[in-house]
Design a protein around this ligand. Structure first.
Ligand code: ADP
Ligand code: MG
Length: 253
């Protein structure tokens, strides 16, 4: 586990010249244009921008769901795309290195909390008994251990979201991607989710990228990145004690 003075300085996400277009000719849309971005272990990045500015497309490219049209990307040291169109095993990368958190929880209704998480581990090759034990540990970590036998239909919204976050952590991902995770929540619950994500970033030395419109949580990030028409137009370092982005710039002792 990392404390704030011993953050692993290695980049988790490196993007260079990433572009992505949809369609051709008259209907061509440049969803991402020449994005350079590095995100380090333990760092929490907020992605903001008007609707259609490319936020979800960027998350999908980093999440190995959508292939870029050009550019170079490395995740946790592994080259995913390079100029020679090398393509890593994307399914395996998605499963092992990336945790997705959606606005709605995406849990399977016919599996209980433990089974929903264990299933993600079984897909990655973990034996079921071991997966269940680890799933219960993650539910305890997210303070919903007492709901391990509950089915999604029996959970409150907050409980389902914690179980979904536990599921995103199932295979020990290095990168956590969340598309407007606080959108359906009131301000108190939005801050609880941000507390959880901050704790995960530090404890798991993960890079956390969060798409958000919610101004009330902007100050909770280490860096706030603005997209417009597919371009990265501004980066704001959030100044506060324990800011990981600022520490990453310091020389290692
Ligand atoms: P945001 O998440 O910031 O609202 P998106 O990344 O969803 O923006 O979209 C960026 C642009 O790419 C928009 O113009 C959108 O219409 C277009 N786009 C996104 N996905 C597709 C797709 N699958 N096919 C065609 N156009 C798309
Ligand atoms: Mg979007």
């Amino acid at each position: 586990m990392a404390d704030s003075l011993h953050i692993d300085p290695r980049p988790r996400v490196e993007l260079r010249g990433i572009s992505k277009h949809f369609g051709e000719g008259e209907t061509r849309v440049n969803a991402l244009a020449d994005i350079d971005l590095t995100v380090r272990a333990g760092e929490m990045i907020g992605l903001r921008g008007p609707s259609g500015s490319g936020k979800s497309t960027l998350l999908n490219v980093v999440g190995c769901v959508s292939e870029p049209s050009a550019g170079w990307m490395r995740l946790d040291g592994d080259v995913v795309y390079d100029s020679h169109w090398l393509r890593h095993d994307l399914r395996r990368l998605r499963l092992m290195k990336i945790g997705f958190i959606f606005q709605t929880h995406n849990l399977l209704p016919f599996l209980n909390a433990t089974e929903n998480i264990a299933e993600a581990m079984e897909l990655a090759g973990t034996p079921w008994r071991q997966a269940r034990a680890r799933a219960d540990g993650l539910l305890d970590y997210l303070e919903v251990g007492h709901r391990r036998y509950a089915y999604p239909g029996e959970m409150s919204g907050g409980e389902a979201q914690r179980v979904a976050i536990a599921r995103a952590l199932a295979n020990g991902p290095r990168i956590i991607l969340a598309d407007e995770p606080t959108a359906p929540l009131d301000s108190v619950r939005a801050h609880v989710v941000m507390d959880l994500l901050a704790r995960i970033a530090k404890d798991h030395e993960a890079a956390v990228l969060v798409v958000t419109h919610d101004e009330s949580i902007f100050q909770r990030f280490d860096r706030l990145i603005s997209l417009r028409d597919g371009r990265l137009v501004a980066t704001e370092e959030i100044k506060r004690p324990g800011n990981v982005s600022a520490q990453a710039a310091l020389p290692t002792l």
